[in-house]
Write a protein that binds this ligand. Structure first.
Ligand code: THU
Length: 130
């Protein structure tokens, strides 16, 4: 699937964002190696720390459906600026797609594609637990 198509799906996912506190809506579209796409949005909570980011929503949906291998994830935010995944999301994505790509989109500057390994150098994985 083309990056542009994945960005369109991420924008669609953003429409479902529940962000009454920050007003910062985020959408994610995660492409699995089998071609399936899992959408996610941020889900905030009155207890702010219980908030779940869009990327983790998408990944958790996929994992809970038995999918384990992924190619890339597109992420967009209502600000229109590039919205790079937060630290926790980088770590969660790294668990399942260390070789994966992150597609970011800015309304004014267009798409930017980065390797997850660029966003999380020396990422920690299960095999490091000895
Ligand atoms: N957020 C995401 O959904 N993804 C990120 O990677 C960064 C932050 C959400 C969490 C919260 O609902 C809002 O953006 C502001 O932090």
């Amino acid at each position: 699937m083309e990056n542009q198509e994945l960005v369109v799906l991420a924008k669609k996912a953003m429409e479902q964002a529940y962000a009454p506190y920050s007003k910062f809506k985020v959408g994610a579209a995660l492409l699995a190696k089998d071609g399936r796409v899992f959408l996610g949005c941020n889900v905030e909570n009155a207890s702010f720390g219980a908030t779940i980011c869009a990327e983790r929503t998408a990944m958790t949906k996929a994992i809970s459906e038995g999918v384990r291998e992924f190619e890339k994830i597109a992420v967009v935010a209502s600000s229109g600026d590039y919205a790079a995944p937060c630290g926790i999301c980088r770590q969660v994505l790294y668990e399942f797609m260390p070789e994966g790509e992150v597609v970011l989109d800015s309304f004014t500057e267009g798409m930017k594609v980065m390797k997850l390994k660029e966003l999380l150098p020396m990422g920690f994985r299960g095999e490091d637990i000895k």
